[in-house]
Design a protein around this ligand. Structure first.
Ligand code: SAH
Length: 383
């Protein structure tokens, strides 16, 4: 059977993207890993997110909202409690960064119906860069109880109190990589393979890494051993700047849920997934999801340096249980006895340390002095 025409034309677009990347490297020299990620994910004609829905039928990867409706429902209850704790500000900007299919926001809004005043107070905005996913979100949320707006970036969301949700959003923001070589930090870049000049290959840039990268190193890694690799996600800074600007004038919380360690560790974690398989990140730009683990230590340090409060990171499993995941599962099992096994498997997937329970962390960035957000220990509030 031959591939459908749309698949064939996408193959052509991805070939053209690869040719553009090769031409750019030939003309300007190697590109940073971050610049490569940005092109491969967001190129308007061939970018992985720009051109497809990687989360539904024939998915390339699976995220918590796609594992279970209970995930978004608990975030909805979290939002209700957090809003009440902020004394119910009106309007409330309820924002999601990188909403994928829109399934999580649908679950959030359904659960928020337990307290209708939050729905009357809320202005919902989905912050999304991908036109393909924006169309999927509009369809998923066509019957949402309130109007949904869209924006390309957080700073386009109007002023006011806010609750901001972001699941698996930070992991796809571009990273850069630096490697310690003979006592000097150098940048790992995407170049052309010297023996096969039509092939992309990783290389080390000859000079020292730019100070914008080495300045971001935590003190304990400044003199790491030769061969050490550190990933730096400069791209999260504009997100935190937008939060700092919002939270300077209006209260709020931004909840980041993602995979990664609680503090900076060494190692290359750039990974490419296509059809749920790990593939070579340079083999097929546009054809695979590119992500790297989130460094929650670096995220927390950057947020605090901007004067924001930080709660966590805590592990996803314990956090979801603390919010009542098991009680929600028990209620659903009672109303749908035939789904008992399926629901138990979802709880296991979301919470067991061998699954998503420990690798995934939850970190809340809050306006200075805001009440402790639900699910986090009170004594952990630090700024
Ligand atoms: N949160 C969803 C989807 C995760 S995939 C879920 O958990 O299922 C990452 C999402 O972030 C996609 O919707 C992608 O298009 C979006 N995205 C990636 N980079 C972005 C950026 N810079 N700004 C806004 N959205 C972005």
């Amino acid at each position: 059977m031959s591939a459908p025409a749309s698949d064939l034309s996408m193959d052509g677009e991805r070939d053209a993207l690869r040719a553009r990347l090769i031409a750019r490297i030939r003309a300007d020299g190697p590109m940073s890993v971050g610049a490569y990620m940005a092109e491969a994910l967001h190129d308007p004609r061939a970018g992985f997110y720009a051109t497809r829905d990687p989360l539904t039928a024939g998915a390339d990867f699976v995220t918590a909202p796609m594992v279970s409706q209970m995930f978004g429902e608990l975030l909805g209850l979290w939002a209700v409690q957090a809003w009440l704790d902020l004394d119910g500000p009106q309007p409330l900007h309820l924002v999601e960064l990188g909403p994928g299919t829109g399934a999580m926001m649908a679950d959030v809004l359904r659960a928020a119906r337990v307290h209708p005043p939050i729905l009357s107070a809320s202005l919902v905005t989905l912050v999304e860069t991908s036109p393909a996913l924006e169309a999927v979100q509009a369809k998923t949320l066509s019957r949402a109880p309130i109007a949904i707006r869209t924006a390309r970036a957080l700073d386009a969301v109007g002023p006011g109190a806010s609750l901001i949700l972001a699941n698996e959003f930070l992991d796809c923001l571009p990273i850069r990589q630096i490697v310690r070589a003979q006592g000097v930090w150098r940048e790992r870049v995407v170049a052309l393979d010297p023996s096969e000049p039509e092939r992309l290959a990783f290389a080390l840039s000859p000079g020292p890494a730019p100070t914008i990268l080495t300045d971001a190193l935590p003190a304990h890694l400044a003199d790491a051993h030769d061969g050490a690799l550190v990933e730096i996600r400069l791209a999260q800074e504009p997100v935190l700047d937008a939060l700092a600007a919002r939270f300077a004038d209006h209260p709020g919380h931004a909840l980041f849920i993602d995979y990664g360690p609680a503090d900076t560790v060494l190692g290359d974690t750039l990974q490419a997934l296509a059809a749920n398989d790990k593939v070579d990140p340079l083999a097929n730009p546009g054809g695979a999801d590119l992500t790297a683990r989130v460094d929650f230590g670096a995220l927390a340090r950057m947020a605090r340096a901007k004067g924001l409060d930080v709660h966590g990171p805590v592990e996803q499993g314990g956090w979801l249980k603390g919010l009542g995941l098991e009680a929600r599962a028990a209620a659903l099992m009672q109303s749908q006895p035939e789904a008992k096994q399926k629901l138990a498997a979802q709880v296991y997937r979301l919470t067991d340390p061998s699954q998503m329970g420990a690798l995934f962390k939850v970190l809340c960035v809050s306006s200075p002095g805001a009440p402790t957000p639900p699910g986090f220990p009170a004594q952990e509030a630090t700024s």
